[in-house]
Design a protein around this ligand. Structure first.
Ligand SMILES: Nc1ncnc2c1ncn2[C@@H]1O[C@H](COP(=O)(O)OP(=O)(O)OP(=O)(O)O)[C@@H](O)[C@H]1O
Ligand SMILES: [Mg+2]
Length: 250
Protein backbone atom coordinates (compact mmCIF):
# COMPACT_ATOMS: atom_id res chain seq x y z
CA UNK A 1 0.00 0.00 0.00
CA UNK A 2 2.94 2.31 0.66
CA UNK A 3 6.39 2.30 -0.89
CA UNK A 4 9.08 4.62 0.47
CA UNK A 5 12.07 5.01 -1.86
CA UNK A 6 15.38 6.74 -1.13
CA UNK A 7 13.68 9.20 1.15
CA UNK A 8 15.75 11.94 2.79
CA UNK A 9 15.05 14.97 4.93
CA UNK A 10 17.40 17.66 6.16
CA UNK A 11 16.57 21.02 7.64
CA UNK A 12 18.08 24.32 6.53
CA UNK A 13 17.83 26.88 9.29
CA UNK A 14 17.86 30.21 7.46
CA UNK A 15 17.69 32.26 10.65
CA UNK A 16 21.01 30.62 11.76
CA UNK A 17 23.11 31.38 8.68
CA UNK A 18 21.55 28.51 6.65
CA UNK A 19 23.04 25.82 8.90
CA UNK A 20 21.99 22.33 7.75
CA UNK A 21 20.59 19.89 10.32
CA UNK A 22 20.57 16.27 9.09
CA UNK A 23 17.34 14.32 9.58
CA UNK A 24 17.63 10.97 7.74
CA UNK A 25 18.71 9.80 4.27
CA UNK A 26 18.47 6.82 1.91
CA UNK A 27 15.37 5.32 3.53
CA UNK A 28 13.50 2.65 1.53
CA UNK A 29 10.81 0.25 2.77
CA UNK A 30 7.37 -1.08 1.86
CA UNK A 31 4.22 -1.31 3.96
CA UNK A 32 1.73 -3.92 2.73
CA UNK A 33 -1.98 -3.68 3.72
CA UNK A 34 -2.67 -5.21 7.13
CA UNK A 35 0.92 -4.96 8.37
CA UNK A 36 2.90 -2.73 10.68
CA UNK A 37 6.48 -1.64 10.05
CA UNK A 38 8.27 -0.37 13.15
CA UNK A 39 10.88 2.35 12.64
CA UNK A 40 13.77 2.19 15.09
CA UNK A 41 16.90 4.18 15.82
CA UNK A 42 18.33 6.20 18.71
CA UNK A 43 16.82 9.57 19.65
CA UNK A 44 17.41 12.20 16.99
CA UNK A 45 17.90 9.80 14.06
CA UNK A 46 14.76 11.07 12.34
CA UNK A 47 11.94 8.66 13.26
CA UNK A 48 9.36 11.41 13.89
CA UNK A 49 10.61 13.39 10.88
CA UNK A 50 10.10 10.32 8.69
CA UNK A 51 6.48 9.95 9.85
CA UNK A 52 5.97 13.68 9.34
CA UNK A 53 7.24 13.34 5.76
CA UNK A 54 4.75 10.52 5.08
CA UNK A 55 1.92 12.59 6.61
CA UNK A 56 3.41 15.54 4.72
CA UNK A 57 3.73 17.81 7.74
CA UNK A 58 7.29 18.03 6.34
CA UNK A 59 8.21 18.11 2.67
CA UNK A 60 10.97 15.53 2.04
CA UNK A 61 14.31 16.78 0.66
CA UNK A 62 14.59 13.81 -1.75
CA UNK A 63 12.91 10.52 -2.63
CA UNK A 64 9.41 9.19 -3.20
CA UNK A 65 6.53 8.00 -1.04
CA UNK A 66 4.17 6.10 -3.32
CA UNK A 67 0.75 5.50 -1.76
CA UNK A 68 -1.90 3.38 -3.47
CA UNK A 69 -5.19 5.11 -2.68
CA UNK A 70 -8.63 3.56 -2.11
CA UNK A 71 -9.60 4.34 -5.71
CA UNK A 72 -6.52 2.48 -6.97
CA UNK A 73 -4.62 5.62 -8.01
CA UNK A 74 -0.95 5.91 -7.07
CA UNK A 75 0.03 9.17 -5.38
CA UNK A 76 3.58 10.34 -4.59
CA UNK A 77 2.97 11.87 -1.15
CA UNK A 78 6.39 13.56 -1.37
CA UNK A 79 5.27 15.72 -4.29
CA UNK A 80 1.44 15.75 -4.29
CA UNK A 81 -0.51 19.01 -4.18
CA UNK A 82 -1.52 20.19 -0.70
CA UNK A 83 -5.15 19.88 -1.76
CA UNK A 84 -4.74 16.15 -2.54
CA UNK A 85 -2.89 15.59 0.74
CA UNK A 86 -5.73 17.23 2.71
CA UNK A 87 -8.26 15.08 0.93
CA UNK A 88 -6.26 11.89 1.74
CA UNK A 89 -5.95 12.98 5.38
CA UNK A 90 -9.71 13.50 5.49
CA UNK A 91 -10.48 10.16 3.87
CA UNK A 92 -7.77 7.56 4.40
CA UNK A 93 -4.55 8.58 6.20
CA UNK A 94 -4.37 9.30 9.95
CA UNK A 95 -1.52 10.16 12.26
CA UNK A 96 -1.03 9.93 16.03
CA UNK A 97 1.66 12.44 16.90
CA UNK A 98 4.32 12.04 19.60
CA UNK A 99 3.15 15.16 21.38
CA UNK A 100 -0.51 15.57 22.21
CA UNK A 101 -2.73 18.19 20.74
CA UNK A 102 -6.32 18.73 21.81
CA UNK A 103 -9.07 21.00 20.56
CA UNK A 104 -9.92 23.77 23.02
CA UNK A 105 -13.57 23.98 24.15
CA UNK A 106 -14.74 20.88 22.30
CA UNK A 107 -15.91 17.95 24.42
CA UNK A 108 -14.21 14.55 24.20
CA UNK A 109 -17.32 13.01 22.63
CA UNK A 110 -17.65 15.81 20.07
CA UNK A 111 -13.92 15.56 19.26
CA UNK A 112 -14.47 11.92 18.34
CA UNK A 113 -17.74 12.15 16.41
CA UNK A 114 -16.63 15.09 14.27
CA UNK A 115 -14.36 13.06 11.91
CA UNK A 116 -17.26 10.67 11.29
CA UNK A 117 -20.08 13.20 10.82
CA UNK A 118 -17.88 15.34 8.56
CA UNK A 119 -17.49 12.24 6.35
CA UNK A 120 -21.27 11.85 6.12
CA UNK A 121 -22.04 9.42 8.98
CA UNK A 122 -25.32 9.94 10.86
CA UNK A 123 -25.07 11.44 14.35
CA UNK A 124 -26.53 8.35 16.08
CA UNK A 125 -24.11 6.01 14.31
CA UNK A 126 -21.19 8.32 15.13
CA UNK A 127 -22.24 8.53 18.80
CA UNK A 128 -22.49 4.74 19.04
CA UNK A 129 -19.03 4.21 17.60
CA UNK A 130 -17.48 6.97 19.75
CA UNK A 131 -19.11 5.54 22.91
CA UNK A 132 -17.86 2.07 22.05
CA UNK A 133 -14.27 3.27 21.53
CA UNK A 134 -14.27 5.47 24.65
CA UNK A 135 -15.45 2.53 26.77
CA UNK A 136 -12.89 0.16 25.24
CA UNK A 137 -10.15 2.69 25.96
CA UNK A 138 -11.31 2.96 29.59
CA UNK A 139 -12.39 6.62 29.44
CA UNK A 140 -15.33 6.82 31.89
CA UNK A 141 -18.67 8.35 30.87
CA UNK A 142 -18.21 11.18 33.38
CA UNK A 143 -15.45 12.53 31.09
CA UNK A 144 -17.24 12.30 27.76
CA UNK A 145 -18.74 15.81 27.94
CA UNK A 146 -15.60 17.38 29.44
CA UNK A 147 -12.98 19.38 27.53
CA UNK A 148 -9.90 17.21 26.85
CA UNK A 149 -7.64 20.14 27.85
CA UNK A 150 -8.36 19.16 31.47
CA UNK A 151 -7.63 15.45 30.91
CA UNK A 152 -4.62 13.68 32.38
CA UNK A 153 -1.67 12.94 30.06
CA UNK A 154 -2.75 9.31 29.64
CA UNK A 155 -6.40 10.24 29.01
CA UNK A 156 -5.33 12.78 26.37
CA UNK A 157 -3.11 10.20 24.74
CA UNK A 158 -5.91 7.63 24.59
CA UNK A 159 -8.31 10.22 23.12
CA UNK A 160 -5.67 11.21 20.58
CA UNK A 161 -5.41 7.59 19.40
CA UNK A 162 -9.19 7.13 19.27
CA UNK A 163 -9.46 10.31 17.18
CA UNK A 164 -7.01 8.83 14.66
CA UNK A 165 -8.59 5.38 14.45
CA UNK A 166 -12.32 6.14 14.66
CA UNK A 167 -12.53 6.53 10.87
CA UNK A 168 -10.70 3.21 10.26
CA UNK A 169 -7.98 4.79 8.12
CA UNK A 170 -6.24 2.73 5.39
CA UNK A 171 -2.84 4.09 6.45
CA UNK A 172 -2.08 4.88 10.10
CA UNK A 173 1.09 6.57 11.38
CA UNK A 174 1.85 6.05 15.06
CA UNK A 175 4.57 8.05 16.83
CA UNK A 176 5.06 6.57 20.31
CA UNK A 177 1.27 6.18 20.72
CA UNK A 178 1.35 4.49 24.13
CA UNK A 179 4.30 6.31 25.73
CA UNK A 180 2.39 7.68 28.74
CA UNK A 181 0.08 4.72 29.37
CA UNK A 182 0.38 2.12 32.09
CA UNK A 183 0.20 -1.57 31.27
CA UNK A 184 -3.60 -2.03 31.48
CA UNK A 185 -4.43 0.87 29.19
CA UNK A 186 -1.52 0.07 26.88
CA UNK A 187 -2.94 -3.44 26.39
CA UNK A 188 -6.38 -2.05 25.52
CA UNK A 189 -4.94 0.34 22.95
CA UNK A 190 -2.68 -2.36 21.48
CA UNK A 191 -5.73 -4.60 21.05
CA UNK A 192 -7.53 -1.82 19.13
CA UNK A 193 -4.50 -1.28 16.90
CA UNK A 194 -4.26 -5.03 16.23
CA UNK A 195 -7.98 -5.16 15.33
CA UNK A 196 -7.46 -2.38 12.80
CA UNK A 197 -4.45 -4.19 11.36
CA UNK A 198 -6.56 -7.34 10.94
CA UNK A 199 -9.10 -5.24 9.02
CA UNK A 200 -6.35 -4.29 6.55
CA UNK A 201 -4.93 -0.97 7.77
CA UNK A 202 -1.27 -0.47 6.82
CA UNK A 203 0.77 1.10 9.65
CA UNK A 204 4.13 2.67 10.35
CA UNK A 205 4.95 2.92 14.05
CA UNK A 206 7.60 4.26 16.39
CA UNK A 207 7.54 2.60 19.82
CA UNK A 208 9.44 3.53 22.92
CA UNK A 209 9.39 0.05 24.43
CA UNK A 210 10.38 -3.32 23.05
CA UNK A 211 7.28 -5.19 24.29
CA UNK A 212 4.91 -2.91 22.35
CA UNK A 213 7.15 -3.14 19.28
CA UNK A 214 7.20 -6.94 19.43
CA UNK A 215 3.45 -7.21 20.04
CA UNK A 216 2.45 -4.96 17.16
CA UNK A 217 5.02 -5.05 14.39
CA UNK A 218 5.59 -7.45 11.50
CA UNK A 219 8.87 -5.93 10.40
CA UNK A 220 11.37 -3.48 11.78
CA UNK A 221 13.29 -0.94 9.70
CA UNK A 222 16.32 0.50 11.44
CA UNK A 223 17.19 4.06 10.43
CA UNK A 224 20.87 3.75 11.42
CA UNK A 225 21.47 0.52 9.50
CA UNK A 226 19.17 1.67 6.69
CA UNK A 227 17.79 -1.87 6.48
CA UNK A 228 15.02 -4.20 7.60
CA UNK A 229 15.75 -6.12 10.80
CA UNK A 230 13.88 -8.86 12.57
CA UNK A 231 11.70 -7.16 15.25
CA UNK A 232 13.04 -9.61 17.83
CA UNK A 233 16.66 -8.99 16.86
CA UNK A 234 17.80 -6.67 19.61
CA UNK A 235 20.13 -3.95 18.47
CA UNK A 236 23.18 -3.42 20.73
CA UNK A 237 22.26 0.27 20.73
CA UNK A 238 18.99 -0.60 22.50
CA UNK A 239 20.98 -2.03 25.40
CA UNK A 240 23.88 0.34 25.53
CA UNK A 241 23.41 4.13 25.41
CA UNK A 242 27.14 4.68 24.67
CA UNK A 243 26.84 2.43 21.61
CA UNK A 244 23.75 4.40 20.54
CA UNK A 245 25.64 7.66 20.79
CA UNK A 246 28.54 6.24 18.76
CA UNK A 247 26.14 5.06 16.04
CA UNK A 248 24.26 8.34 15.96
CA UNK A 249 27.53 10.22 15.43
CA UNK A 250 28.73 7.95 12.61
N1 LIG B 1 11.33 21.35 12.19
C1 LIG B 1 12.63 21.08 12.40
N2 LIG B 1 13.57 22.03 12.22
C2 LIG B 1 14.87 21.77 12.43
N3 LIG B 1 15.34 20.58 12.80
C3 LIG B 1 14.46 19.60 13.01
C4 LIG B 1 13.05 19.78 12.81
N4 LIG B 1 12.42 18.62 13.08
C5 LIG B 1 13.38 17.75 13.42
N5 LIG B 1 14.60 18.33 13.38
C6 LIG B 1 15.89 17.69 13.68
O1 LIG B 1 15.96 16.46 12.98
C7 LIG B 1 16.60 15.47 13.78
C8 LIG B 1 15.68 14.26 13.91
O2 LIG B 1 14.59 14.62 14.76
P1 LIG B 1 13.38 13.65 15.04
O3 LIG B 1 12.40 14.34 15.93
O4 LIG B 1 12.85 13.14 13.74
O5 LIG B 1 14.11 12.44 15.80
P2 LIG B 1 13.50 11.16 16.52
O6 LIG B 1 14.27 9.98 15.97
O7 LIG B 1 12.02 11.12 16.38
O8 LIG B 1 13.93 11.38 18.02
P3 LIG B 1 13.16 10.95 19.40
O9 LIG B 1 13.41 9.46 19.55
O10 LIG B 1 13.87 11.74 20.44
O11 LIG B 1 11.71 11.29 19.28
C9 LIG B 1 16.93 16.14 15.11
O12 LIG B 1 18.28 16.51 15.09
C10 LIG B 1 16.02 17.34 15.15
O13 LIG B 1 16.60 18.40 15.87
MG1 LIG C 1 10.45 11.25 17.76
Amino acid sequence: MLSVRNLAKHFIIHSRGSVVIPGFAGVSFDVPAGSLIAITGPSGTGKSSLLKCVYRTYIPSAGEIIYTAKDGSRVNLAAAEDWDILSLRRGEISCVSQFLRVMPRVSALQTLIEPLTSRGAGREEALDRAACLLSRAGIGEALWDMYPATFSGGEKQRLNILHAIITKPRLLLLDEPTASLDKGFKDRIMEMILDLKTEGTAMIGVFHDRDTLLALSDLRYDLVRGAYCDPADQDPADRNPKEAEKKANR
